[in-house]
Write a new protein. Structure first.
Length: 207
């Protein structure tokens, strides 16, 4: 009697195991989701690269690619404010709900920032006392803890300062996101500076 060949049963099992493995690799971490999409100029429909895209009050974010596309992975499920920020464009803020184990698509059109009724002054060098103002701002903004020497503002050039001599106030503002790196604790954050005013000590005065 001839022996029956059972090798044909192994092939379907192998295919089933292979398909199951692919499905597992494409799944998201339990309780996490992701966002992707594209950022374009509202007027021209041209992709906008290097947009700072991040979830408010978190360290989760990414810049847009050269084609305007972006993807943010490993987002804990929940409600967030998704912020799009780029120099020359109006700040865009969108309320989003991130479901677990799903990819959410959010495409955005940014509007150019128009300076109406105000004169733009372009400096070919830093304004007078800008470095002194920055030094004082960093002392106040970053603080004086053991980790302060290891904290650094990556893009200080986006900061604008004004000094009110009448009441000795230092004011700061920025149209861009401020990037701060904490080398002691190994993280970086993005800060949107809405307004900053600080009364200086009488001994500190800038003209």
């Amino acid at each position: 009697m001839k022996k029956r060949n059972h090798r044909h049963c192994q092939f379907p099992l192998f295919i089933l195991f292979f398909v199951a493995s692919i499905s597992c690799n494409l799944s998201y971490p339990q309780g996490y989701g992701a966002i992707n999409g594209k950022v374009i100029d509202k007027r021209t429909n041209v992709p906008v690269p290097h947009v700072n895209i991040y979830l408010s009050q978190t360290t989760i974010g990414t810049p847009s690619e050269l084609d305007g596309s972006y993807t943010i992975y490993n987002i804990p499920a929940g409600s967030y404010k998704l912020i799009f920020n780029h120099v020359g464009y109006q700040l865009k803020l969108i309320s989003v709900q991130i479901p677990a184990n799903q990819l959410t698509e959010i495409n955005v059109k940014l509007e150019e920032y128009v300076f109406s009724g105000e004169e733009m002054i372009v400096f070919d060098s830093l304004p007078k006392n800008w470095s002194k103002n920055l030094e004082e701002f960093q002392k106040i903004f970053i603080g004086s803890t053991p980790n302060s020497p290891y904290c650094k503002i990556i893009n200080p050039e986006v900061l604008n300062f004004s000094y009110l001599s009448s009441n000795n106030f230092l004011c700061a503002s920025s149209d861009s996101v401020i990037l701060i790196e904490n080398m002691a604790l190994g993280y970086s954050i993005r800060v949107r500076l809405v307004s900053f005013e600080k009364k200086l000590k009488p001994s500190i005065q800038f003209s």
